[in-house]
Every structure is written in structure tokens, then in C-alpha cells.
Design a protein around this ligand. Sequence first.
Ligand SMILES: [Zn+2]
Ligand SMILES: [Zn+2]
Length: 281
Amino acid sequence: MRAVVLGSDGEPCLSEITEPPPPGELVTVLACGLCGSDMEKIGVWPEGAVLGHEVVGRTAEGQRVALIHHTGCGTCSRCVAGHESTCEQFPEPTIVPGGFAERVRASGWVELPDTVDDAHGTYVEPLACVLRGVAHVPRGRVLVVGNGFIGRLFGAVLEQRGDTVFAVDRNPLRAGAPPDGPVDAAVLCAPGGVEDAVEAVEPGGTMLVFADARAIPAAAVYRRELTVIGSRSATPSHMQEAVALLPTLELPTPAVLPLERVGEALTLFREAAVLKVVLVP
Ligand SMILES: [Zn+2]
Ligand SMILES: [Zn+2]
């Protein structure tokens, strides 16, 4: 089958690979979103690796589904405490070899309604991650730092629950409404920008760290008694929540490209020319 694999130069390229053997159900991939965390694996993961975890596919039974990407054991102390993404079982692959392929083996999914098309269905996974993070954000005035795709998801969810949302981005083309005064909380969706966040948050406010935002100024956290919370990835129940919420949100339209145009997809992403790229086999 065809798949996008990391080549010997570290760059993703289209290749022929063998279909993955069991365990897992064989799922025909219909669409897979390109995510910032995929980009971080380029040049880091070994040659032959297949990226992609925002997957919509069709099961052998004909169900159209969004695949679950990683899951905790549900019983260890970290899972019970709500830190499922730090569970020792969590890194185990659940989508093999990866979503940028014609077929994958999968161990879990949520069913998609007909109102959500394949390309938008790839938003279920990132939206689930965002919903898990939003639960930690106090209501009120919220600044989103990094207004790319994930920032837009945060903005849409926060606005829907009634917050006043501001957004900044280092790319002036992506900037939203800058904060017109102190905010109750900031969400760090991009590397960098932590200073913007700390500066904007009221004493006693909250910073949700949703990206590797580099060094956080501890002096400001200390003196202004800020609450800093990390959140990464999602759980199956957040996937269910995301499926229900997705049709009600106004979200960016993805650029949809066939698998063989992966090079173009990478360029669009790197040049920040679009907010989301989805590849279809
Ligand atoms: Zn992702
Ligand atoms: Zn666990």
C-alpha cells in the first residue's frame, strides 16, 4: 500500500510499504490531518516511520470513524488523577503504522455523524486535546497565544462557552484581537510567546501550557501567584465530546491534498500559508 514515510534524508516522501499485520482492526484511511506535532517528528523519528494521527477511516463493518490516538490504562494512579497522557501505557501506538497511509491497524475509534465530512472529521482528535485543556481554563477573559489551527480551536470553544477571547500571534497575518486589558487566563498554543502571556495575565490568573513554550519566568509566577497548568493530548471520552461539539463550531476550512502531494502540504504548513492541511489517500 502507499504511505508517506520518513526518507533517508529525514523528509517525508511517498513510498510503497506492506500492510500492517494484526493486532488491531484494519481501517481504510479516508483522510488524515497534518499536525504541528507531526512536523516536530520530522528529522527526529527513524527512517521509514509513518506520521499522522488525526485520522478518519472506514472500518471493516463500514462505520466511518475518527481514530483514537493513544490511551491510558484507566486504572493507574496517574490515570485516576486525570493525568492519562502521562500513563506508562499511553505512548503505546494505537494507529499503526501512522495515518498517512492507505490503511492502518487501529485499536479504538469514535463514530462520525454524516454531518461531518472526512476532512473536518480529522479535527476530532485535535479538538479532543483542546477540550481536555479548556477544562482547566477559568471562565472570563482569555488570551490565546499562537493563533494557528490549535489557537482557533481554543478560540471557538472558549467563545462558545461565553468567554471573551483575545488572540496574538507572531505572524501578523494570524493575529486576532489583542487584549485590551488584563486577562483572567492565557493559553500557550505555540512555542514562544510566554512573555506575552505572563504580561497579560492578572495576578492570581492561570496559564494553560499547551505547547513546549520554552522557559517560563518563575519570578513572575511567584510574585503574581499565577497558576500554571500543563495539558497534552486527549482521552477517548474527550474524543466523544469532540464529535458532539464539532458540528456546532465555526472552524477554518482545511486545504485537502492527495497523499502524493505531501511535499506541497509540508510547504503550506511551513510557510503558514493555510491553517490546516489534510491529506487523503
Ligand atoms: Zn495532532
Ligand atoms: Zn494509566
